[in-house]
Design a protein around this ligand. Structure first.
Ligand SMILES: NC(=O)c1ccc[n+]([C@@H]2O[C@H](COP(=O)([O-])OP(=O)(O)OC[C@H]3O[C@@H](n4cnc5c(N)ncnc54)[C@H](O)[C@@H]3O)[C@@H](O)[C@H]2O)c1
Length: 312
């Protein structure tokens, strides 16, 4: 391999974010192995780079297979996880099983293969109901109700971070945690608000548009191309044992997100409200000073990103 080029293994690499990260790494001249069980990802997502990567079909809970896959790897990006809000409520045991066994296996297999560089995907869900908005990386992490299955996802990410930091101190030279905040873009499945709304606008027969909660819930979204630029900064300049929010400060009420889309689709809508699911967060906006200090600038304002996505 050429100087400064590395062999990366990306767990969950055939998913939405993983396929985009793998493409970035290939474009930069690195070697990429994807390790995924394709439970949500699929080879279509990595089709453009299919011939340039090595794909290993495997479950992150299978230590032997993961350990073998890590021979001759220089750095690992760990993304494999169950994503999608509806699964937080319906599959908490599976989420925790993959979260817990996944992080233990990744850390142990890196240790065993003497891999010193590791990037761990966490989530904005570790903040739940934060005290401060915009929320910085220093915010206290919470599991507000141990009985609510929703927190299987956030709880698994808190454990991922806790193990990552302490193994990181002892065994790694560059271990970085990133907390994505509502990334959107092509090929992301339909378990997120943006693609779900787009799907419904495409099929809309009358003006009635169902919305979870009051529609006053606030989020900020980041387009995948901006996310990838932020991730590239972590590869180049991210600091050992640091945690970085990745998102934008462009906050929007969910009902205004629907109205913005209705303009792009040129459709008039009338809201039909539904109760917010138990544990759903009213407002989530990250403080992004740390990633900005590395050079991050948002290029895709929400209207621009949505137009691009809808017209793809
Ligand atoms: N998309 C977002 O806005 C967002 C926000 C916060 C955090 N994240 C985190 O970023 C990471 C990537 O998310 P994404 O949006 O690309 O989700 P995704 O569901 O598209 O990708 C996850 C990948 O993990 C794979 N996977 C699941 N279980 C596995 C297992 N047992 N063994 C091997 N592979 C397995 C899936 O097949 C899929 O390809 C996840 O860790 C997620 O929690 C994403």
């Amino acid at each position: 391999m050429k100087k400064n080029k590395k062999h990366f293994l990306v767990t969950g690499g055939s998913g939405f974010i993983g396929s985009a990260i793998s493409k970035l790494l290939i474009d930069k001249g690195h070697k990429v192995t994807i390790f995924d069980d394709n439970s949500r990802g699929n080879l279509k997502k990595i089709f453009p780079i299919k011939n340039k990567i090595k794909f290993i079909y495997g479950d992150i809970r299978n230590y032997k297979k993961l350990n073998r896959a890590l021979h001759n790897v220089d750095a690992v990006i760990h993304l494999a996880y169950i994503n999608g809000t509806k699964y937080f409520y319906t599959k908490p045991v599976l989420i925790l099983d993959i979260a817990v066994k996944g992080i233990i296996n990744v850390l142990e297999a890196c240790k065993n293969n003497n891999i010193k560089e590791l990037y761990l995907a966490s989530s904005s869900e570790v903040y739940q109901t934060p005290d401060k908005i915009p929320t910085s990386e220093k915010e206290t992490l919470k599991i507000p109700d141990i009985y609510n299955p929703r927190y299987s996802y956030g709880g698994g990410k808190i454990l991922t971070e806790l193990m990552g930091i302490h193994y990181g101190k002892k065994y790694f030279k560059k271990l970085i945690i990133f907390r994505p905040h509502n990334v959107y873009g092509p090929n992301m499945g339909y378990e997120h608000v943006v693609p779900e709304f787009i799907k419904r606008f495409k099929k809309l027969k009358n003006k009635k548009f169902k919305i979870q909660g009051t529609g006053n819930e606030i989020r900020s979204f980041i387009y995948i191309e901006d996310f990838i630029k932020a991730f590239d900064l972590l590869l180049k300049k991210g600091k050992h044992l640091n945690i970085y929010n990745i998102g934008t400060l462009e906050k929007i009420k969910i009902k205004n997100l629907a109205l913005l889309m209705s303009k792009i689709f040129k459709r008039k809508i009338k809201f039909k409200k539904n109760p917010l699911q138990k544990g759903g967060t009213k407002i989530r906006v990250p403080n992004i000073d740390k990633i900005k200090d590395l050079g991050f600038k948002q290029e895709f304002k929400l209207a621009k990103g949505l137009k691009k996505l809808i017209n793809i």
